[in-house]
Design a protein around this ligand. Structure first.
Ligand code: NAI
Ligand code: MG
Length: 396
């Protein structure tokens, strides 16, 4: 097969520390690719007034597959203050470039695996019935609808008259909000489409079928949010009919958060709308090591972007020796390999990660439950590069 070209978008902060380490691991594992750098993030907001330059969109349009580190988003006042003086007063508005990428390329399927690595000191433990300590093996993959719902961006403060008038036609709106002055209303909508809902449900069931999970759980709140959550559950029941042997479970997001620490090993594939998917995936990630281990894929019909779920962790960005854990980024790169059919290389890298974690000799500061400080390496924690080195050593 011809050499692959991957668009590399390290972005801001620790994105610049973890993405090069992941590429080093990919190279060492024998993945034959070249990487083209693409600009994204705060720097380009400040200097160009656009954190997602068109040239980056063009590269993704051309090469289809991206690795992304992290970006920094700051409040509106900081965004305006840090903009280059010549760009100020021109009505430029900051937006998150990763959300921008998801929307531009309709990367509507977000997959977030949360899987226990044996020997990880950060693994969730609980007390068993006999009073002893149990460490359940979590193997859950969350499918989050990535473009719609509460993060769809359709929102207003002091809504325009047409919107207000339309809302006033709804009896519940009249009853509960009809006496509130328009200027005192803030409205964020939760819009689901049948097309995107069906795509996320099918992605979840297909994944469960391919990897032998026995259940798909729709995690929403259909008893209260009757139209959107209700539609997802109803459609889930229809899609489930095509997958005999895979049970459809449904849970409410609030109860699911409680069950997380009770019986997390019972859940296989979980599927949810945008916000509940975001919440539940962080919840499960917390059981298997947290941000240093949480990887994700954003997949559309044409383009896919793979990223750790953590952000740019600005407080660690300028350390002379980077201390953050590169495993989340490396596992995200494995998801990319699976996506493009390089499953053997992905499996070898995951095995190497598992061996390093199980051995326990090389651990980043988060795995040692230290506070992140420049001197953690002197105290025995592995640096970002040392963790990647250890993984590479296991590949040999
Ligand atoms: P964050 O994920 O950047 O960091 C939170 C804390 O988690 C860090 O201070 C650190 O203690 C820990 N952490 C994160 N990644 C780690 C790693 N690889 N290894 C070890 N420890 C790690 O989230 P925070 O502080 O809320 O946001 C910082 C910036 O990142 C903000 O500007 C935010 O907007 C942005 N952000 C970007 C995201 C993205 O690019 N997809 C996602 C989340 C936040
Ligand atoms: Mg999140």
């Amino acid at each position: 097969m011809s050499k692959r070209t991957i668009v590399s978008m390290p972005g801001d902060g620790i994105g610049n520390a973890v993405l090069p380490e992941a590429i080093r691991v990919l190279d060492a594992a024998g993945f034959d690719a070249e990487y083209v750098h693409a600009d994204i993030g705060w720097e380009f907001w400040c200097s160009e007034g656009n954190p997602l330059p068109q040239r980056t969109i063009d590269l993704l349009e051309k090469y289809k597959i991206g690795l992304f580190g992290a970006i920094t988003s700051k409040p509106k006042s900081d965004a305006d203050a840090e903009l280059a003086p010549e760009l100020r007063g021109k009505g430029l508005v900051y937006f998150s470039p990763i959300v921008g990428l998801r929307q531009h390329f309709n990367l509507d399927i977000c997959a977030r695996p949360c899987q226990t690595f044996t020997g990880n000191p950060l693994n969730f433990i609980r007390r068993g019935a006999d009073g002893g300590v149990e460490e359940p093996v979590v193997d859950t993959v969350i499918f989050r609808q990535n473009t719609e719902g509460l993060y769809g961006g359709v929102e207003w403060s002091n809504p325009p008259d047409q919107v207000y008038d339309a809302l006033m036609t709804h009896p519940k709106f009249r009853q509960n909000f009809g006496s509130t002055p328009k200027a005192e209303l803030a409205i964020s909508t939760r819009i689901f489409t049948r097309k995107a809902t069906e795509r996320i449900l099918r992605a979840a069931f297909e994944y469960a079928k391919k990897f032998g999970y026995k259940s798909v759980t729709v995690c929403e709140k259909p008893n209260v949010i009757r139209e959107t959550s209700g539609m997802m559950l109803a459609m889930g029941k229809e899609v489930a009919k095509e997958y005999p042997g895979i049970s459809l479970w449904d849970t409410n997001i609030d109860a699911q958060m409680m069950w997380l620490t009770k019986n997390p090993e019972d859940y296989g594939v979980v599927v949810a709308g945008n916000m509940f998917g975001d919440i539940i995936s962080d919840g499960f990630a917390g059981l298997v090591g947290g941000l240093g281990f949480a990887c994700s894929a954003n997949v559309g019909e044409d383009v896919a972007v793979f990223e750790p779920t953590h952000g740019s962790a600005p407080k660690y960005a300028d350390y002379e020796t980077s201390i953050v854990n590169p495993i989340a980024m490396i596992l995200s790169a494995c998801m990319m390999l699976d996506h493009i059919g390089e499953t053997e290389i992905a499996a070898r890298i995951r095995k190497a990660v598992a061996e390093v974690v199980a051995e326990g000799k090389v651990r980043t500061y988060d795995m040692m439950k230290m506070r992140g400080k420049p001197d953690v390496v002197a105290q025995g924690a592995a640096s970002t590069a040392q963790m990647a080195d250890a993984i590479i050593a296991k590949l040999k």
